[in-house]
Design a protein around this ligand. Structure first.
Ligand SMILES: Cc1cc2nc3c(=O)[nH]c(=O)nc-3n(C[C@H](O)[C@H](O)[C@H](O)COP(=O)(O)O)c2cc1C
Length: 202
């Protein structure tokens, strides 16, 4: 399947399945989390742009507590794959880039940073949107062995490990295990009214 027909098929799928309730920029709808990755590598420039975007996220006191541990070489990827949960190994093994997102639980003066996870989440959001703008796909993975990752990647205890991000190009869903093929469509959202409250929570 060519990249162009693949992309237009994807946009059709987004239009079919995602019906926003307000006039939102398509960027937000076009980002979703496929599991079918192609063999195509991500260029160094594109990878840098995605990480650059992530670190322009806002953070409490501009502490920038996020850290990104990146695997692009086969020997690094093998290590990262070794701590993915079994379900996630089924599909994420093909991704040409895996990124562990961590954040520092402590501020520079040693005080606890209560906002570190919130800030790391914002950075991941920026990363995913920049990836989408570049025609890349990204998929966050919370199902991984954090202790194993911490040991293998030498991550000190004061960093929390949040997710592994699979990054690459959309591939052919027919190459996924059958059970996953049916899930390879953009999902939807709860009604806005069920997550937004006026004045106070009812
Ligand atoms: C923190 C986090 C952890 C996730 N963990 C997994 C995971 O372990 N395996 C998986 O297949 N998807 C995982 N996902 C993907 C979510 O299921 C997906 O983002 C959600 O269904 C919304 O769909 P969308 O990203 O396509 O809009 C994770 C997403 C986030 C943000």
């Amino acid at each position: 399947m060519s990249i162009i027909s693949n992309l237009s098929e994807l946009q059709d799928a987004v239009r079919e399945h995602r019906k926003p309730e307000a006039d939102v920029t398509p960027l937000f709808l076009n980002r979703w989390s496929p599991r079918a990755f192609s063999d195509r590598k991500v260029s160094g420039n594109d990878l840098q742009a995605v990480l650059e975007a992530a670190h322009w996220a806002p953070s409490s006191y501009n502490d920038q507590p996020w850290r990104f541990i990146v695997a692009t070489e086969e020997d690094q990827l093998e290590v990262f794959r070794s701590f993915l949960g079994d379900f996630n190994k089924l599909w994420a093994t093909k991704a040409p880039v895996l990124i562990v997102v961590a954040s520092d639980k402590l501020r520079e003066n040693g005080d606890p940073n209560g906002a570190h996870a919130f800030d790391a989440g914002a950075a991941w959001g920026y990363l995913a949107l920049q990836a989408s703008l570049k025609g890349l796909i990204s998929h966050a993975i919370g199902g991984f062995d954090r202790e194993k990752a911490r040991q293998l990647l030498n991550v000190p205890d004061h960093f929390e490990l949040h997710a592994v991000i699979a990054l690459g190009y959309q591939g052919d869903k027919n190459e996924l295990p059958e059970a996953l093929q049916a899930r390879e469509i953009p999902n939807t959202r709860k009604p806005l009214s069920s997550v937004v409250f006026e004045g106070k929570v009812n």
